[in-house]
Design a binder for this molecule. Structure first.
Ligand code: GAR
Length: 197
C-alpha cells in the first residue's frame, strides 16, 4: 500500500510532531511526514523536524496581522505545492477560519489535551484539576468549523491523582498524546487509502 503524504502544523515545541515523524519512519506505517509548517520562525519544533530529516518551514502569521484567511491561503499554497493529502495539527495555536477548514474537510486532524467535549480551549489541565474530575486525557478529532468540536477519532485516559499539579498532569497526558496521535493518524490514513481502492 502506498503512504499518504502528511503535513504537521505546529506553533512551538513540537513533541507530538516528533512522535508522528518517528512513528512514520516504520516501514509499514501508512503515512509519511513530508512537511512540517510552523506559524512562527522560531518554533523549536522546526529544528527538531530538520534534525529528523523532515522538510520544515515557517509561514509566519505575524505579517498578516488580523487577516487570518490571508495567512491560511499562504499555508494552503505551501501544503498543495508539497503534494500534501492529510494535515495534522499538533499544538498549532491558531484559530482556523472556515476557509482552511473547508479546504481540508475530512482530511485535517487535531490533538487536544482533554477528554472532549470536556474542557475545550486553553488551560485544560488546570481546569481539570479545579473541576475535581477523577479522569482526564487527550482527544484526536477531525477538524470542523467549531473549535475543538469535530468528530472524535480516539481518546486516551489518565487518572487525576491527589495533589496533582498542572505540570504533573500535563506530563501524564502528553505521554498518552504521543501514543494516541500516531495510532489515530495511521487509522485515518489506512481508511482513506482503502477508500481509494
Ligand atoms: C499538546 O499538549 C497539544 O495537545 C496541545 O498543545 C500541546 C502542544 O505540545 N494542543 C492544544 O492545546 C490545541 N488547542 P507539542 O508542541 O509538544 O506537541
Amino acid at each position: 500500500m502506498r503512504k499518504m503524504r502528511v503535513a504537521v502544523l505546529i506553533s512551538g515545541r513540537g513533541s507530538n510532531m516528533e512522535a508522528l515523524v518517528k512513528a512514520a519512519q516504520a516501514p509499514d506505517y501508512p503515512a509519511e511526514i513530508v512537511l512540517v509548517l510552523a506559524n512562527k520562525e522560531d518554533a523549536t519544533g522546526l529544528e527538531i523536524a530538520r534534525a529528523l530529516g523532515v522538510r520544515a518551514e515557517a509561514v509566519a502569521s505575524k505579517p498578516y496581522g488580523r487577516d487570518r484567511e490571508a495567512h491560511e491561503r499562504a499555508v494552503d499554497a505551501r501544503l498543495r505545492e508539497a503534494g500534501v493529502e492529510l494535515v495534522c495539527l499538533a499544538g498549532y495555536m491558531r484559530l482556523l477560519t472556515p476557509y482552511l477548514v473547508r479546504r481540508w474537510a475530512g482530511r485535517m486532524l487535531n490533538i487536544h489535551p482533554s477528554l472532549l467535549p470536556a474542557f475545550p480551549g486553553l488551560d485544560t489541565h488546570q481546569r481539570a484539576i479545579e473541576a475535581g474530575v477523577g479522569e482526564h486525557g487527550c482527544t484526536v478529532h477531525l477538524v470542523t468549523e467549531g473549535m475543538d468540536e469535530g468528530p472524535v477519532l480516539g481518546q486516551a485516559r489518565v487518572p487525576v491523582l491527589p495533589g496533582d499539579t498542572e505540570d504533573a498532569l500535563a506530563a501524564r497526558v502528553l505521554a498518552q498524546e504521543h501514543r494516541l496521535y500516531p495510532a489515530m493518524l495511521a487509522e485515518q490514513a489506512r481508511k482513506i487509502l482503502l477508500s481509494e481502492g
